[in-house]
Each structure stands twice: as C-alpha cells, then as structure tokens.
Design a protein around this ligand. Structure first.
Ligand SMILES: *Cc1c(COP(=O)(O)O)cnc(C)c1O
Length: 391
C-alpha cells in the first residue's frame, strides 16, 4: 500500500524515526548529542566504524588530486587494488562495481558467458531458499523470494531454487543444464543462516565433477565479517567467482566481482562495463580498507572479540525464555527470538543499541570490526535489560 507522505523520496524504505548527525568508531550521535551503539554498521558496511582517521586521510588526499576518470584511461590504483584483492583471495581477475547487486549481475553474466564460450549448452543457475542477492533483475531471478519479486515479473528464465543446506535435494536438482551455483556462505537477510561446511565442500566437489561454476555471494559475510577475510575459507574451499561489496569500502559505495581467469573467459573487451566502477576515489578508500582488514593481527583480533561476543550471547541464550537461538560467525551474529523480532529490535533501539531485523524472526548484530570488549559488554547489558523488561 502507498501511504500519503510529504516526502519527495520514494517510500521504498518504510517508516523511520532515527536521524544521526555524526559518527565516530562504533558510535552514532544525533543532534542532541545522544550516542547510540552502532551494531548495525549500515547493514554490515562500516567495517572500520565511522570516520576512521586512515580512511579520512586516504579520501582527503585523493579528493584533492582526482575524483573520477573514465575506464578509457589507465587507473593505477585500480591495478594496485585488484592485485592486492587477488593476492589475498582465490581470484586472478577483478571487475569493480559500485554495489552488491552489480557484483552479482557481473558474476551471473560470467557464468552464462563461460558456458556460451565453451558451447557446453549449460544455462541454468541454482540458488537457495532464504537467499538474498540484491534487487536487479538478475539478482531477483536468482533468489525468487516473493517478498522482493512480487509485481515485477516476468523474471529471467534459467534459474532454479533449492532447499538450503540439503545435499540430497541439490544432488537431484543438478543436471546437464546446470551452469552455476550461487550461495551465500552465511545468509544475511535470510536470518544469519550459515551454510554447513559440508554443504559448501559438496558444492565444490560437484562443481569440479560437472563443469559447474561455484559463485560465492560474500557481499555481507566477506571482508573480515566472519573472522576470516572471506568466509569460504572456513570450509577450506575456493569458489570460482565471488561477489563482494558492503564492508569493502567501509561506507564508500564500492563493490567487486572476483574470478579465476578460467571462469571469466568471456569478459573480453566491450563485453561488460561500468562508468563509475573502479574510479580513483573509490579505489583509494578500498585499498586502505583492505590494507587494514587483511592484516593478520587485525583478523586475529576480530576472531578474538567475536568469540568473546559469542560466549556472552550464549550465556544469555541459556537463561532466556525469549531467545530460541544464537547463530552466525565472527561479527555477523543473529538472535532468533520467540517473540516478534521487529518488536525486540525496536526495544533495543530505544535503549540505544542499533541492530537490523532479518528474516526467520531474527535480529542481526554486526558491529564494526574494530569493536572493543567494553562496547561488547555494553551491548550485552542492553540486551539483558531489554530481555528482562519483556519477560
Ligand atoms: C546487501 C546484499 C546484496 C545487495 O547489495 P546492494 O549493495 O544492496 O546492491 C547482495 N547480496 C548479499 C548477500 C547482500 O547482503
């Protein structure tokens, strides 16, 4: 339903009641200078928190030199960033975008292009229930979630949706037409549902056997979020393709599609492009973010703080009548509730703990990766207080 509103902005985001004026580290401040603990991080975006001094410096420096030039010209920072991304992952080639859904779109085209080049006759792409891959037609077709697709049909053909974490059903669904499999190693919007490591290993195996491309959507769970730089690492496998965005720019609009050289055989001159993709401003920020996050001691710290957070949440889960499950990995954690998750989420926000609701009656806690023990303790005391109030 369309509600009459005075806003000139399309009402796609629903009602809002919070406005922030500035941010620093893990905190957001309103005009009255009240501070909110930001465990939403712009939906897993502000990986290094708000206004990180090194990112401000990188952005300022580049903004005084050059903001944008076309991909018609050499962009050295793009080469440098792409090389570093490849050295730190499975990938050999990178395409830069400005968002998650564009990175997905690029990967879907790579899958189709690969099989078209090799004349395999394979066109079908398998995805899983609960998945979220973005809002463009390709991404919508790959998730087939009525919540997002209703009213926008017809979608693209050649996509199939299978039950998440079900090896047998996946085995049955794969046939001579199967071209690619797209999966979030940890589903975000779907309610912080991690894929079983065995499931990911099975996908890798069957993809190798049947010349199918394995496409990991790490838009939300990548870039240190899971306690490793990329969450496929937990399963000790490597995908053929990976979409990233969100945490890659810590708030600067940026995304990328990473690929093995073999998989992106069809990405030849003129086959794909983006006006903004990989511009100097975005590349300076992205490079700085990756330098910080990919540092071994940084990731070790994320792993340590996230284990502490997990332990504290598990203690609450044990005592609570309202929580049905704590799940996730690293600093992408979900609390599944027995009450309405939206109500629980609002109550936490009223107590100045920002969080994001997700499907399957969960709320999401995704603090900046720089979160401290003290800030985790503070969030825990707010959660406890709210649970006591509700009980
Ligand atoms: C957010 C998200 C997307 C879409 O990213 P946008 O930048 O909003 O286009 C795709 N996949 C996953 C897993 C996401 O969490």
């Amino acid at each position: 339903m369309r509600i009459k509103s005075k806003s000139y902005v399309m009402p796609t985001y629903g009602n809002k009641n919070l406005e922030f004026y500035k941010g620093k580290g893990c905190y957001l401040y309103n005009k009255k200078n009240e501070k909110f603990l930001d465990f939403a991080s712009g939906i897993a975006v502000n990986s290094l928190g708000h206004c990180h001094p090194k990112l401000i410096n990188a952005l300022n420096k580049q903004s005084n030199l050059l903001w944008h030039v076309s991909n018609l010209y050499i962009i050295k920072k793009q080469e440098e960033f792409a090389k570093m991304l490849c050295k730190k992952s499975f990938a050999e080639n990178v395409f830069f975008t400005n968002s998650g859904t564009e990175s997905i779109e690029c990967g879907l085209k790579i899958i189709r292009g690969y099989h078209s080049f090799h004349k395999t006759g394979k066109t079908e792409i398998i995805s899983f229930d609960g998945a979220f891959h973005g809002r463009t037609f390709g991404a919508l077709s790959a998730q087939k979630n009525k919540k997002y697709t209703n009213g926008f049909g017809p979608l693209l053909s050649g996509f199939r949706k299978i039950e998440f974490n079900n090896i047998n059903k996946l085995k049955k669904a794969i046939n001579h037409k199967t071209a690619g499999i797209i999966i979030e190693p940890i589903q975000g919007e779907g309610g912080i549902r991690p894929a079983d490591l065995e499931f990911l290993k099975f996908i890798r195996k069957i993809c190798d056997q049947k010349n199918i491309l394995f496409f990991a959507d790490e838009v939300q769970c990548g870039f240190g979020r899971s306690g490793k730089l990329f969450s496929y690492e937990w399963a000790k496998i490597k995908p053929d393709l990976m979409a990233v965005a969100k945490g890659i720019g810590s708030g600067f609009p940026l995304g990328a599609c990473l690929s093995t050289r073999k998989a992106c055989i069809s990405m030849t001159q003129g086959s794909h492009g983006s006006t903004y993709g990989g511009n100097p401003l975005a590349m300076s920020v992205g490079l700085e973010v990756l330098k910080i996050i990919s540092d071994k001691s940084f990731l070790k710290r994320v792993d340590k703080t996230s284990r502490y957070f997990w332990k504290k949440l598990k203690e609450i889960e044990y005592h609570s009548k309202i929580i049905s499950e704590i799940r996730g990995a690293g600093l992408l954690l979900g609390i599944k509730t027995k009450i309405n998750n939206l109500k629980f989420s609002s109550k936490l926000k009223e107590n100045k703990l920002l969080n994001v609701p997700a499907a399957d009656n969960t709320i999401r806690l995704a603090p900046p990766l720089i979160v401290s023990y003290k800030e985790i303790d503070k969030s825990i005391s707010i959660i406890k207080k709210v649970l006591e109030e509700i009980e």
